[in-house]
Structures are given as structure tokens and as C-alpha cells.
Design a protein around this ligand. Structure first.
Ligand SMILES: Nc1nc2c(ncn2[C@@H]2O[C@H](COP(=O)(O)OP(=O)(O)OP(=O)(O)O)[C@@H](O)[C@H]2O)c(=O)[nH]1
Ligand SMILES: [Zn+2]
Length: 218
């Protein structure tokens, strides 16, 4: 892994916990979104389904899908630094947690949506920076609006927060319904997948338990 960042927190280095997702995202070198190509590909799918792509009703579908993909995958052209712009020095050094951040992502195996709630918390560094609450939700959006697996989505949000605002600890919990599991394949509607990524001081059992009770206490 390259691009590691050292975070010394109470004598322990978090560097080994910071995953480098640059190799996956390639945001800097990614060519711009090719809407025309997506449009052509969707038209091909309609033909392969035995549809007449010029019939009323679906004539504009390739263009609609291409516009929808632009929105659903917009995070492929964004970096966390683009949204974690506003940070304050507030002297608050206890846990901050935003829960029930609704998100929609796309399963990279089936190109089908998975959606649910993200819960993002952190403990600021002593006299350290905090970020605007909405920025935590924006950070979830950056990583959700890509081709994803839930585990990677969860750890990318945690690691970006760790890298950019250098808190003492981070917790990210995500719960989602995968339509590739509910509408096809094994067809288990209502099944939920839970993932978590916990870094730094939030790995301490008591602190982690406090965060989890805040998250799970409905
Ligand atoms: N770990 C993980 N697996 C996922 C996620 N989204 C989808 N999957 C799984 O990816 C796997 C892909 O398995 P394959 O056997 O290659 O594909 P498939 O034949 O369509 O599998 P089925 O869904 O079991 O019909 C499936 O088990 C999915 O449930 C995710 O976010 N995380
Ligand atoms: Zn899937």
C-alpha cells in the first residue's frame, strides 16, 4: 500500500490502519464520464432484450439511464478533500456522532442498488479540528456514489475522515439492503447487511460500546 499517513494518537500509530484507495478510485486519472457511450450501451441492452428501442415509451430510456448514471456514480469524480473543506477549532474533544445518514450505492457485482443508513462518529484530537456535521453526510455520498462493496465503502469513509481531520478515533457503521439479494438470486427480502470500521481510540471497548449504544439505541 502506498500513500499512508502517520497519525500518532496516544503513542500508537494509526498509519497501518489507513488504507490507500487511490489504486481503486483513480479519480485523478479517470477519464471524464462518457454519457454518449453509456447511452449507446443501454440501447444495445434494449435490443438484446428483444425490445424495439425506438418504440414510444423507451425511445428516451438510453438517455435517461445515462443521465441517471451520471448522478449515481458522481462520486467517482470526487475526493473526500472536496467535501471536508470546512473545519473548525472548537476545543470540543469528545465524541461527535451523526446517525441515520441515508445512502444509496451500487453493488459492483450486479450493478444493482444497495441502500440503507450510515452512522459516522469521531473523537476530535485534543484541541483538534472538527468538521461541519453535513460534511460527514457529504463524505458518505462521495464514496457511496461509486461501484462498491459495502465493506470497502465503510472503511473508505472511516479512513478518509482519519486522514483529513486527524481525529483520535473514528467509527463508521453501515446497514443496508442489497437488491441483488432481495430481488434476484437468493431472494431474501428484508435481509440487512451490517458493516463497521473502527479506528484509533474508538477501538477501546468502553468507548466503542458507548458509540454502538448511541447508534443502535433507536
Ligand atoms: N461481501 C460482499 N458481497 C457482496 C456485496 N454485494 C454483493 N455481494 C455478493 O457478491 C457475490 C457475487 O457472487 P457470484 O457467485 O459471483 O455471483 P452470483 O452468481 O450472481 O451470486 P448470487 O447472488 O448468489 O446469485 C454474491 O454473493 C453477492 O451477495 C457486498 O457489498 N459485499
Ligand atoms: Zn450485487
Amino acid at each position: 500500500m502506498s500513500g499512508r499517513v502517520d497519525h500518532d494518537v496516544d503513542g500508537s500509530t494509526l498509519a497501518s490502519l489507513v488504507s490507500d484507495d487511490a489504486t481503486y478510485t483513480g479519480t485523478a486519472t479517470r477519464p471524464p464520464y462518457d454519457e454518449e457511450r453509456v447511452r449507446r450501451a443501454v440501447r444495445e441492452i434494449l435490443v438484446a432484450l428483444g425490445e424495439d428501442p425506438d418504440r414510444d415509451g423507451i425511445r428516451d430510456t438510453p438517455a435517461r439511464v445515462a443521465r441517471a448514471y451520471r448522478e449515481l456514480f458522481s462520486g467517482l469524480w470526487q475526493e473526500p478533500e472536496d467535501v471536508l473543506t470546512t473545519t473548525f477549532d472548537l476545543g470540543h474533544d469528545e465524541m461527535v456522532l451523526v446517525k441515520d445518514i441515508a445512502f444509496t450505492s451500487a453493488c459492483e457485482h450486479h450493478l444493482l442498488p444497495f441502500y440503507g443508513m450510515a452512522h459516522v462518529g469521531y473523537i476530535p484530537a485534543e484541541n483538534g479540528r472538527i468538521t461541519g456535521l453535513s460534511k460527514l453526510a457529504r463524505l458518505v455520498e462521495v464514496y457511496a456514489r461509486r461501484l462498491q462493496v459495502q465493506e470497502r465503502l465503510t472503511s473508505q469513509v472511516a479512513d478518509a475522515l482519519l486522514r483529513v481531520i486527524e481525529p483520535r478515533g473514528v467509527i463508521v457503521v453501515m446497514e443496508a439492503e442489497h437488491t441483488c439479494m432481495t430481488t434476484r438470486g437468493v431472494r431474501k427480502p428484508g435481509s440487512k447487511t451490517m458493516t463497521s470500521a473502527v479506528r484509533g481510540q474508538l477501538r477501546d471497548p468502553a468507548t466503542r460500546a458507548e458509540a454502538m449504544s448511541l447508534i443502535l439505541g433507536r
